[in-house]
Structure formats: C-alpha cells, structure tokens
Design a protein around this ligand. Structure first.
Ligand code: SF4
Length: 341
C-alpha cells in the first residue's frame, strides 16, 4: 500500500518532489501519464519504447521508487478538442491538462488506497500554468481538495490533510516560490539527480509551433470530430503540404521517417520516385489527377533527381503500383513554402 502518488512529468522538479517525500520514509508510487501528445513517446505509442529510449524505469530504479504508467489518449484528445479554459500560445490547454492529469492521479490514488497525490509544481515558476489561483482551480476541479500536496512549495500553501494528520511532516517540506532555480539545483546536486531529468513540459507537442500549425489545419479542413487517431499520429511525421481542401501530402524527411510513414500509412496511397533515391510521400485524403501531378513535383524536389528536367513517379497502394507518371521536380522554394503547413 502506498502513502502518496507522485505525478511525474519527466522534468527535474517532479523527481525532486518524489525524492523529498522519500526523505520522510513514505511509500511513494511514481505515476507517469501518457497523453498521446508527448515526444517522450516519439515514434511509437508503446510504453516500452519510452522506457527504452529514456530509461524512465531506470531513473525510477536509481532514485528508488516504483513506477506506474497510465495511458489516457482518448480522454485527453476529447479535452484537447474542447478545453474548458482555452488554449495558451499554441494549442496547449495547460489548465485543462493539469486538471485531467490530477483527476487521473486521483483515480490511481483511490485504486491504490493511497492518501494523497503530489506534484513537482512550484508557485509562480511559469506564468501560465503555475500561478497560485490556477493551482487552486486545478485542485478543486480534480476532486483532490485537501489531498493535493506540492512538496516544493508546501510552506507557501495552506497545510493539506496528510500534513494535518501527521502522515507528512510539513516542517521537512520546501517553500520554493518564483522563477529562480537555485534551491532546486542545490537539492538536485545533493541527491545526485542532475542528469536524470528528461525534459518535462518541453516534450509537449501542444507547445510546438510546427505541430500545432498542422493540427490547426486539420481542425479547420477536416473538423475536430472527423479527425482519426491516424491523422493525429501523422502530425508528428514529415513535411506536410496542403494541396486542396480534401488532400494533404506528407513527405518523409529522413530514413527514420521513411520507415515510420511506411508503417503508419501502410494502407494509404503513396508516391515514390522510380529509379532515383529519395523521400516517399503519403496522400492523406481524396485527390484528382491534377493533385497527383502537383504531389509528384513536390516529391521530386526531395529526391536525388531534384536537378533533372523530369522524373517518373509511381503511385502505390498496398505494395501494388497503380500507375506511373512523369513530373518536373519543383525547383521554386517559395512555391513549396506556400503549400507547406
Ligand atoms: S505544456 Fe503540454 S503537458 Fe504541459 S501543461 Fe501544457 S498542455 Fe499539459
């Protein structure tokens, strides 16, 4: 049985919070939530891929806490479409995101019969997500009132139930406030955690300008309700060109993306250049011959035959070649840029 559930973001502060609670010999479970919008899980949706790339299990092992990973892709997507508190600078619904993460942590707390949830949040550290009134909203709306502890800022906040009941010793918690990282660095050095952080919120696709431009395009052209999990997954891969209201053309940028696109879009029509090495391009949506021609010209630009006068491009689907046609590789960078999302 656990005393507390520690929400992990991958960043240093959540590890510090866990380590701080472990100082009090409390039984802690680290909880990592997979939202479907984090580059921590880049390339695959599988959780074991995450552990392989970033060794979160090894980090947990090194710090000395058990780890649970919970996936909430569908629930999170519903929230991203219609965030109650709106978006930030890009398509980042930070307050709604915090609320959903805390609700999930609350669910795990009840399942594990733990007494409280805690996070690495620090009051006033970030202008949008950690203002103290936003901390209050997220606490209230997550249903964790009184049971949500922020060990790094605890002395600046009212005592929580586990502190009042004596399960947690308030005097041994921190009172960090504001944007200085001095105290966090001191603690990280003291506990040897400096090299263990894997980036936290910086891994969120919803604050990435390019990713969110592509997502806004999908919202606009397809409509939020018609977007499929595959549409969402494809947002992470390749260069995206909007060729018409019904067609997007996605071109791989390197070998890894080439393989990823082949796997992800195995049953979608795609273009490949014949007899020259180059990118592949996936056709997402419906098209007419004119669109195919334009897509072929774009693809030609990203092949070794880009300087030729013409190239043969193949339209393929399910490993069958449906047709071949000739194109002039697009050489005008401005024309390409105008189509790129
Ligand atoms: S940056 Fe992303 S992960 Fe962080 S709170 Fe905002 S939406 Fe959530």
């Amino acid at each position: 049985m656990y005393d507390g559930i520690g929400l992990i973001s991958g960043g240093l502060d959540s590890l510090l919070a866990i380590r701080l609670m472990m100082e009090q010999n409390l039984n802690i479970l680290g909880l990592l939530i997979d939202t479907g919008f984090s580059s921590l899980f880049k390339g695959e949706e599988k959780l074991n891929a995450y552990s392989k790339r970033l060794s979160i299990h090894k980090i947990a092992e090194k710090v000395g806490f058990p780890l649970k990973i919970v996936s909430i892709h569908d629930e999170y997507w519903e929230m991203v479409k219609y965030p109650r508190y709106g978006y930030g600078k890009h398509l980042n619904p930070c307050l709604d995101c915090r609320i959903l993460m805390l609700k999930t942590a609350g669910r795990v707390m009840r399942e594990e019969k733990a007494s409280f949830v805690f996070t690495g949040e620090v009051i006033g550290q970030r202008p949008n997500s950690q203002l103290s009134h936003q901390l209050k909203i997220s606490e209230r709306e997550s249903g964790l009132e009184g049971r949500l502890l922020r060990p790094l800022s605890a002395k600046c906040l009212p005592p929580t139930i586990p502190e009042k009941e004596g399960l947690v010793d308030r005097t041994r918690l921190e009172g960090i406030k504001g944007r200085s990282r001095k105290r966090q660095m001191e603690l990280a050095n003291q506990w040897g955690l400096m090299d263990l952080s894997v980036g936290g919120g910086a891994n969120c696709f919803l604050i990435d300008k390019g990713y969110t431009s592509r997502m806004k395009d999908l919202f606009h052209v397809k409509g939020k309700e018609s977007i499929t999990p595959l549409d969402r997954a494809l947002l992470r891969v390749g260069r995206h060109f909007r060729l018409s209201d019904t067609l997007k053309f996605i071109v791989s940028r390197n070998e890894e993306e080439h393989e990823t696109l082949l796997k992800m879009a195995a049953h979608m029509p795609r273009l490949e250049c014949k007899d020259v090495i180059g990118a592949i391009g996936v056709l997402s949506g419906t098209y007419i011959d004119q669109d195919l021609q334009r897509a072929g010209e774009i693809l030609g630009r990203y092949s070794k035959g880009r300087d030729r006068d013409s190239l043969i491009v193949m339209l393929k689907k399910d490993e069958k070649t449906l047709k071949e046609f000739q194109v002039r590789p697009e050489k005008n960078q401005a024309a390409l840029k105008a189509l790129m999302i």
